[in-house]
Design a protein around this ligand. Structure first.
Ligand code: AGP
Length: 611
């Protein structure tokens, strides 16, 4: 996620902007920039690709300063990481820094180009700068009024900071579905996408609401609601130290990212699904109806958690698109002389887009004639660049080594892909597509509810963290979640765990069952519930200690289980997105109770770029 810092006051602010951006480095970024207006009505901009040291070096070569400015660290969503795509973006008299996704930027860009506007970047943000400049006549309206008019044309999420050449004493900010805080200082005011950026200067913040805009001046702040009416927003005192502030008060980045999942799933769906039309819009997919009709199979290649996303994809795609799907561990795929034809679609799932085994596997598939697709989180990563098509997840940078929000946004992407393929293949009609899209759109709210209370997990951690080994069982699309739950526990708590198909338990693992090995059973009400429930009884009959993850209100589970964790009732198609949150929290709280290094577990790397 990008970072924004803004200042208006009586001091020269270049150093403040750069130090504020440093405080936002943890968010992950691929380029950065600052823009400062001086009293002569000039706005100077300095931007650089890569780390902040590159920006500071560029700035030192041609320093400039002034008493109003904005800074930005960019995590690319539209357009590759580059100096020309870095923020802030200028259009005429207006300079903008932006976080979020402008869904209708292409049509706005076409309209503005037709009006004679020229663009210098691939970003959606530059469109906002042109819209404001186009709407602004300084003799009749303020920069704030022009910004509000421009926002009326925009669909999507934004946190905006706007300065200008004509009005160098006002910093205008706006917020919709992307965080923005503002604060008053002594003869100055601050704006930031995140508290840490300005925590060195103040601890009293106004957290803008969606639809709010504000005008910051040396003498004070005016806030306006979504109707443009002046409004008083509460000033909150933040007691966090800067490090806690970087985690937004969460104890670990992993916990913050678990809680971010509803918002990141919303971001990944944004602009890509229409319930009314029963359509999924994936322009970067590069697949048409004829190609899809000819597909003989789809092969997924991935590693670790991403491999479990591929296994969920198999259930989803075969269910709704009736196309044969194979899933391969990337490190195995390359060496099994795989059967690939020109009618095979090979899909790599990778958060980093740089995993060596996955990269090698997708290259191998392409060399054997397959059409390739990447489902990737990092824009312009190697897999994203080399594949024939790409679906970007919008998880934002994932700081915790153990993958959480990357996984659920991968599931969101493969769910959209399954619906898209089903519609192209003709195996999914509009009504069925609407039902699945509706189910997807309800996931964030259901997930939010699930995340409200952690007391059950803290109690579970106290009771089970001494176990030496766990068994996770699941059937159908809960089987990969059982394996993901086991991986999460292993990764961050260092307790051995094994994920197994529930139906397979009697073929061996049942010998392990005793009071010393907790058994986590994923058994929501679904098409395989009865079978899974009988597995619960098998475990109980042998003295196993069961942690059942079931649908709320299912009293049958109480009879067999030591602990029952309730899930909301959701469509079976999206159940994996919900149940995985429970196994993430089980792993997190057990590891937290044990005191392991949750964000940087021993021996692990965030991206395994070696084979
Ligand atoms: C997940 O918690 C692990 N950190 C690891 O298994 C990871 O999923 C795997 O290394 C694949 O990474 P990628 O998604 O970046 O390709």
């Amino acid at each position: 996620m990008c970072g924004i810092v803004g200042y208006v006051g009586t001091e020269c602010c270049a150093h403040l902007l750069l130090s504020g951006l440093r405080r936002l480095e943890y968010r992950g970024y691929d380029s950065a920039g600052i823009a400062i207006a001086n009293d002569d009505g000039q706005v100077q901009v300095c931007r650089a690709e890569g780390k902040l040291t590159n920006l500071e070096q560029a700035y030192r070569q041609e320093p400039f300063d002034g008493a109003i400015g904005v800074g930005h660290t960019r995590w690319a969503t539209h357009g590759r990481p580059s100096e020309s795509n870095a923020h802030p973006h200028r259009a005429g008299r207006v300079v903008v820094a932006h976080n979020g996704i402008i869904e209708n930027y292409l049509e706005l860009k076409e309209k503005l180009t037709a009006q004679g506007r020229e663009f210098t970047s691939e970003t959606d943000t530059e469109v906002v700068a042109h819209l404001i400049d186009e709407a602004w006549n300084p003799s009749t309206r303020s920069l704030h009024e022009a910004t509000c008019e421009a926002l009326e044309e925009i669909e999507g999420s934004y946190a905006l900071a706007v300065i200008s050449t004509e009005n160098p004493e006002e910093l205008v900010v706006a917020r919709n579905a992307s965080p923005m805080v503002i604060a008053r200082g002594r003869d100055c005011a601050f704006a930031a996408s995140d508290v840490p950026a300005v925590l060195d200067h103040t601890r009293r913040f106004i957290f803008l609401h969606d639809g709010d805009t504000a005008v910051l001046r040396t003498g004070g702040i005016e806030v306006f609601d979504s109707n443009g009416e002046p409004v008083e927003r509460e000033v909150k005192r933040i007691a966090w130290d800067p490090i806690s502030a970087e985690k937004q008060g969460y104890k670990h980045f992993m916990l913050k990212e678990i809680h971010e999942q509803p918002a990141r799933i919303t971001d990944t769906l944004r602009g890509r699904v229409s319930v009314d039309r029963g359509e999924v819009h994936l322009p970067e997919l590069g697949l048409d109806e004829q190609t899809v009709q000819k597909l003989d199979k789809i092969v997924f290649v991935a590693c670790g958690t991403s491999f479990f996303a591929a296994q969920i994809a198999k259930y989803m795609i075969e269910e709704v698109a009736r196309i044969p799907v194979e899933t391969d561990l990337a490190s195995e795929f390359r060496y099994r002389n795989p059967l690939i034809s020109d009618d095979t679609l090979a899909i790599a799932i990778s958060q980093s887009g740089e995993t060596a085994d996955t990269l090698a596997a997708i290259r191998e598939a392409g060399e054997r004639g397959a059409r390739t697709l990447g489902i990737v989180n990092v824009i312009e990563s190697t897999i994203a660049r080399e594949a024939d098509g790409v679906i970007y997840t919008h998880a934002g940078p994932e700081i915790g080594v153990a993958s959480t929000k990357a996984f659920t946004t991968q599931l969101t992407a493969v769910a959209m892909l399954a619906i898209k393929l089903g519609r192209l293949k003709g195996t999914l009609d509009v009504a069925q597509a609407r039902e699945l899209i509706e189910a997807l759109r309800h996931v964030p709210a259901e997930m939010e509810n699930l995340l409200q209370d952690s007391s059950l997990y803290e109690k579970l951690a106290r009771g089970y963290s001494q176990a030496k080994s766990f068994l996770y069982l699941g059937r159908g699309n809960q089987y990969p979640i059982a394996m993901e739950g086991a991986l999460k526990l292993k990764e961050i708590s260092y307790i051995h765990a094994e994920g197994y198909a529930a139906g397979e338990m009697k073929h061996g693992p049942i010998a392990l069952i005793d009071r010393n090995m907790p058994v986590v059973v994923l058994s929501p009400r679904n098409s395989v519930y009865e079978k899974t429930a009988s597995n619960l009884e098998e475990v109980k009959a042998r003295g196993g200690r069961i942690i059942a993850i079931g649908t709320e209100g299912d009293e049958r589970l109480d009879a067999f289980s030591d602990v029952v964790i309730p899930l909301p009732k959701v469509h079976e198609f999206v159940q994996p997105l919900i149940s995985v949150v429970v196994v993430q929290l089980i792993a997190y709280h057990i590891a937290d109770f044990k005191g392991t290094d949750i964000d940087q577990p021993r021996n692990l790397a965030k991206s395994v770029t070696v084979e």
